[in-house]
Structures are given as C-alpha cells and as structure tokens.
Write a protein that binds this ligand. Structure first.
Ligand code: AMP
Ligand code: ZN
Length: 706
C-alpha cells in the first residue's frame, strides 16, 4: 500500500492482535468465569489498545473493546433489557489520574461548591434490582450494560437484598427529614443497583469444599460471586453465602433526595445493606486521604475491594455532567495499584504429599507482595506449568490469588536471555527414587512407593495435625527427627514412644562446645502428655487422621456418627457407607479400598494396642434428641429396666421424667402393680404405655411408630 506510513500499519496490526486477545479474555472472564490474566494485566491490554486508537483514530473498529462494556449474556438465562443503561466506570490508575479527573471536573463545575462521596469499590458482580409497588420484581446482571441476565430467584436468596421495601422508606412517609419533596402516594417503580460479593471467609470455605470434592477452585472471590450468582439452581446460590451492598438508586430524585449521600441513607432505611466504608468528602484532598486510608486498610476487610469509587454528591450536578459513551463523567474508579510483582523463578521443585501426589512448586527470589514476602508458590501440576509457559530462570509475574495464596501468573517473555531452561516432571520420586506414575487422564503424578519417606512424613504430620489428632509438639521437625532415628514409622509408633528415648532425641545440631543438642526432658514430658491426651480424642479425628482419600474432616464426622467404631466401619458394606448423608459412592469405595489393605488393618490393630479405643460410646449429648419436649412418668415395677436406667435413657434422648401425672405429661409408662398414677393418667387421657414400649424406644433412640 502506498501512502500509508509504516508505523500506522504496525499500529493497526498490533490493535488487531490486541482486540483478538482482549475478546478472548472477555469470554474467559464473563462467559466461562475462568479468567487467565489479572484485572491489572487486562486493563494494561485495553489501555494499550486505547492509546493506539487515540493516536490512529482511523484504526478504530465499531466492535472494538474500547467501545463496549462486558460481554453478551449467556443463553442459559432469560435476557433483561435494562430500563436505564448500566454504565461502566472510568478508571484512575494513580493519584495523578485522579487529580486529572478533579481538574476536568473543575472546568465544568467552575466555582460552584462540589462535594464528593467516596465509596469502597467492592470486587464482585453488579446487579440491577427492580422494585414494583415496593416488591422485588426482578434482578438482573449487568451483561453488556444494555442487556443482562435474569437472576431473580438467585438474588432472592441473598441477604442484604430486601424482598419488599418497608413503609417507613416510602417517599411520602410522614416523619421525613431526608426527602425535600414528597413523592406520590404510592411506591414509584424503583431500580436499585449494587454489588453481589463473596466474603473472604465464605470464599475460602467454598474453595476448600471445591477441592475436597475434586472440583476446580475459583480464581478469586469475584469469580466465585459471579459464578454463584449465575447458577441454574437457586439452592446452589443460597448455599454459597453471598452478600450484597446497594450503592445506587436510579433516578433517585423521584424519591425526593438530592444527593448521593442521601440516596445511600435512604437505601439503609429501606433495609438494603450498604457498605459502611462510605464518606462524604468536601474537597478533593479529603477524597485523596480516603483513598490512601482505604488502600492501607484493604486487607483488614472481610471482603475484597479493588479501589474507591468517587462520585459527585449532588444529583443535579451529576445530571449536568452526564455520560460519555462508556461511563458517567460524574464518577471515577480509583484503582489500587496492582499487587503484582515481578521476580526471578530460581527453580521448580517437587514436593511429595501423603498420597504420593507430586506437586511442582516455584522457588522464587523472595519478593514482597500484598504485605508479605513470597519465596514459594505452588504450580499445582505439570499441565499448569506448561500452560503458564514458564521456564526456570524466567522473570515471572507473581501475585496473591484471593489476596492470600501466592501464585505465579506467567513469564515476562521479553526479558529472556536464552539461559532459561524448560522443566518437566521428574520420572522418579525426588524423595525415594521410586518410579513416578501419572494415570492416563489424570492431572496428578504420584510416587508409586507407599513406603516412600516423604509420604510417610506427610501422613504422620497429618495424623498429629491440629485438625486431626491434635498432638501439639509433634510437628515437621520433631517428627522428621523421630523418623530419622527410626523411632516412628507410622502413627501407631507414636503411642509406643518412650519418654527417655524422646528426651535423648538427637536434634541434629551441636552446641558451641560441640555437644550434641537433644530434645531434653522438659519438652519430652510435655509431648508425652500431649500424646496421652490424644488417646481420648473423638473418633472422627482418627477417621480423618488416617488419611483415607476423600475423607475430609466433615466426611469423617459423618462416618463417626454412623459407625461409632472402626470395627463397625470396617464391617460395613460399601452401600451402607455410601448411604450415610454426605458420603456417597466415590468416598465409600475409597473407604472400602482402605480397609481392604492388610497393612492398614495391621495399623489399626497396633493403634489399639497403643491404647486408642478407636470406638466411642455415644454419650447423652450425642444421641439425637428425639424425646425433647416430652415428659414421662414411670410407675409400677419395671421388669428388666430399673427406674434409674429407664430415667437415664429417657434423658439421654432429651426427654424429661416427672414424679406426678398432669395434663402436661406426654406418656405414663406403667409396670406391674401400678396404682394411683395410672388411674390419674386414664382420667386425664394421658397415653399409657408398657415397659416393652419404653425399651424399644430407648433401643431405637426414638418413639416407636404407632
Ligand atoms: P469496572 O468494572 O472497573 O468498570 O467498574 C465498575 C463496577 O464497579 C460497577 O459496575 C460496579 O459493579 C462496581 N462497583 C463496586 N462498588 C461500587 C460503588 N460503590 N459504586 C459504583 N460501582 C461500584
Ligand atoms: Zn517417593
């Protein structure tokens, strides 16, 4: 082509590549809820594209990602056309950009007073809530800003979203100081906007459950919130523990309010949950202070925030300022600097877990990310390393997923110098040298040697861990020393330890004078005490501590209440185990396999020899309280049960025993020679039962069917 400057051609090509890449990420983010890159990296791509389009306006295409917001709605939900468009927000990526926004604003506002509202920007999914006649009629996702998805049944399960608005929030309610003008006598149709989010704790719980059930964890709380909101089954949404903050009333002036801060006040009164992190700021300087404070405190909150939304407080000024094609001019999102750092990937090593799983992890040049130093990051499995395309020696981008778990995002390929080398999963276990095996179709490579010292160590650590048998003092180091000394090979050995031998345990270090350091009598005595205490732990802790695959703490509890001894669990058929609530066939099969192993059965026998009962009597509090609220009177001579036993049995099931019959008596249990109490029962119409009936009740743990 003639007459086209070469830099324009290059720019256009780059813009095309960027558009392709951005729309791929849009799809991953919106449609698949599985983003590959961070928001910061995504923003960087969009900004680069915008810069090219600014410089070469004729390269802009109508469908450029810079011209639109979000993604088309998926076919799984009915689409909803938003009555008024859900705009995106312009971003200020630094204080300078925030200042630039203040300056632009000052040009339009002149010397009229202009207050701001600064609101923490919650990292979740936005929703539009339509109230008709004061009742929640529809909830929709943002979608592409014009059309969203109808997620009403799901949103009805979220706390903080009122299903009906209270009378006291009606614009014509009498007591008002908030509303300057009074609305009509009925509820106007109202649209409230807000953000659905997942609190950090719920996110952690959800991901733990995802992992326990073998499902992929969510990348961050925002994706978890968006994914949970877009469930076909509202019961699933309800189980996800979502929360919501409302931050906007569309056309709030119809309620008579004139400022954003008053609109927030109204939302609070109407029963919405409103972010407490909101401040009305008289000057830009106050806004800047708020932003700085928010950034310092961001990790203290129970939910994630990614910045601060700054809004012009006056609704009249907002109307005057209006919108660009994409965003309001009266608001801006100040984004916290991306908490991504680059550092060197020094090595990739492999750790061996208690099931033999070989997990690659990154050894990094230590770097500070989100307030702590990161030197290691898991890489999950070989596919993940390949997908990330990282080489040993690369400069890599590091961040914390969900602000907690260190993660390698990917390499900075431009910084390679040719000395980098590829990594692959070793063929042999790094701990024992046994062959590693990756079953076809599985992501995980395992060490095939069940006597592998690394597996043994992890199994012992798991047994002694706080969540299992909780033996304080038996941690990584001391267990490692005990294994090295040949004193402990499996959990049963812990219960055969000798205090003197423990005290003399070589800790592998020497004092200045060359004398070997040993564990010593004081620590040894403490640990012996902790071991002793662990003999009395609840049965589920042992079930969990054995490290049976798929038996997490929750499953272990369910198993222990159905099978109160290892013998009963070992004897149970797989379908019996599978029938336990919360267990199912996959776990039952795994339990079956575990008990089928002779080595495992020998371990149980040795544990028992070491003083662990591996069974528990169901104490009173653990029996289901099926007789709660019922009162029994015992009268006459009971044959096989004495009165005391019968009374204790009733109480164990939550029932009460009384000495006299009244209208409130639920049952009179009459034995031979019953006299006046029986008569009184008949008189009052209180049901009378015999001893066999009571025995049956106590044995079954509930009233017999009649
Ligand atoms: P962005 O997705 O970066 O364009 O930012 C706009 C989004 O920020 C909105 O669609 C909302 O979902 C979200 N957001 C979170 N908190 C607020 C808030 N207090 N005010 C307005 N938008 C908010
Ligand atoms: Zn091994």
């Amino acid at each position: 082509m003639t007459g086209v400057p070469p830099e324009r051609e290059a720019a256009a090509a780059r813009a095309r590549a960027l558009r392709r890449e951005i729309s791929r990420h849009d799809h991953l983010y919106y449609a698949a809820d599985a983003p590959e890159i961070s928001d910061a990296a995504y923003d960087a791509l969009v900004r680069e594209l915008a810069a090219i389009e600014d410089a070469f306006p004729d390269t802009v295409t109508p469908d450029s990602p810079t011209r639109r917001v979000g993604a088309p709605p998926s076919a799984a939900f009915a689409s909803v056309r938003h009555a008024s468009r859900m705009y995106s927000l312009d971003n200020a990526m630094s204080m300078d950009e925030l200042d630039a926004w203040f300056h632009r604003l000052a040009r339009d506002v002149g010397d009229r007073p202009c207050a701001f509202v600064a609101e923490l920007k919650i990292d979740g999914a936005s929703i539009a809530l339509t109230y008709e006649a004061g009742v929640l009629a529809r909830a929709a996702t943002r979608g592409d800003g014009k059309t969203g998805e109808d997620v009403t049944p799901n949103v009805r399960t979220i706390r903080g979203v009122p299903r009906a608005l209270p009378e006291c929030a009606r614009p014509d309610a009498p007591q008002d100081t908030l509303f300057e003008g009074s609305g009509p006598g009925e509820w106007p149709a109202l649209e409230v906007r807000g953000e659905v989010y997942m609190p950090r704790k719920s996110f952690a719980r959800l991901n733990a459950a995802q992992e326990e059930s073998g499902a992929a964890p969510f990348a961050n709380p925002r994706n978890a919130a968006a994914g949970s909101l877009r469930q076909k089954d509202p019961a699933v949404t309800a189980s996800r523990d979502l929360a919501a903050f409302a931050y906007q009333v569309v056309d709030a002036r119809r309620l008579g309010v004139t400022t954003q801060s008053a609109a927030l006040e109204w939302l609070r009164r109407a029963g919405f949950s409103v972010n407490p992190g909101v401040e009305t700021c008289a000057t830009p300087d106050d806004v800047r202070k708020f932003c700085r404070r928010a950034e310092e405190r961001r990790h203290d909150l129970d939910h994630e925030i990614d910045g601060v939304v700054v809004k012009v407080d006056s609704l009249a000024l907002q109307d005057e300022l209006g919108y660009t094609a994409k965003a309001p001019r009266w608001a801006i999102a100040f984004k916290f600097p991306p908490e991504e750092k680059t550092t060197r990937l020094l090595d990739i090593r492999v750790s061996v877990g208690r099931t033999g799983a070989m997990t690659p992890f990154a050894v990094l040049e230590p770097v500070s990310v989100s307030g702590s130093t990161v030197g290691r990051a898991t890489l999950h499995n070989a596919d993940e390393v390949e997908r990330k395309g990282i080489l040993i020696g690369d400069t890599v981008v590091v961040r914390k997923a969900g602000d907690v778990i260190p993660e390698v995002v990917g390499p900075v390929e431009n910084l390679r110098d040719g000395t980098e080398r590829a990594w692959s999963m070793p063929d042999l276990c790094p701990a024992c040298g046994a062959p590693a095996w990756r079953p076809p179709g599985e992501a995980v490579t395992r060490c095939t040697n069940s006597a592998c010292p690394a597996q043994r160590h992890e199994r012992l650590m798991h047994w002694a861990s706080r969540g299992a048998m909780d033996i304080e003092g038996l941690g990584d180091e001391i267990l490692g020393r005990l294994e090295a000394a040949g004193l402990v090979n499996d959990p049963a050995d812990i219960y055969r330890l000798d205090e003197a031998a423990l005290a003399a345990l070589d800790m592998g270090r020497t004092k200045l004078d060359g004398e070997r350091i040993t564990l010593g009598p004081v620590v040894a005595a403490t640990i012996m005490g902790n071991i002793e205490a662990s003999r009395g732990r609840r049965l589920w802790r042992a079930y969990f501590g054995l490290g049976i695959r798929h038996v997490g703490a929750t499953v272990a509890e369910a198993l222990a209440s159905a099978f109160p001894s290892v013998d009963s669990l070992a004897a149970a058929g797989e379908d019996e185990v599978a029938a336990v609530e919360g267990v199912g066939p996959k776990i039952a099969a795994s339990v079956g396999r575990w008990f089928a192993s002779e080595g495992n059965r020998a371990l149980l026998a040795r544990l028992r020899a070491g003083g662990l009962p591996l069974a528990e009597e169901r104490s009173a509090a653990e029996r289901p309280q099926t007789l709660a609220g019922l009162t029994f009177v015992l009268t006459g001579a009971l044959d096989s049960l004495n009165r005391e036993q019968a009374g204790a049995g009733i109480k164990a099931l939550g029932g009460r025993v009384s000495g006299s019959v009244s209208r409130k008596t639920s049952y009179v249990v009459a034995g031979a020679g019953a006299g006046s109490k029986l008569e009184r029962a008949v008189e009052l119409g209180v049901p009378v039962r015999d001893e066999a009936w009571l025995e049956e009740t106590l044995a079954a743990g509930r009233l017999p069917e009649e």
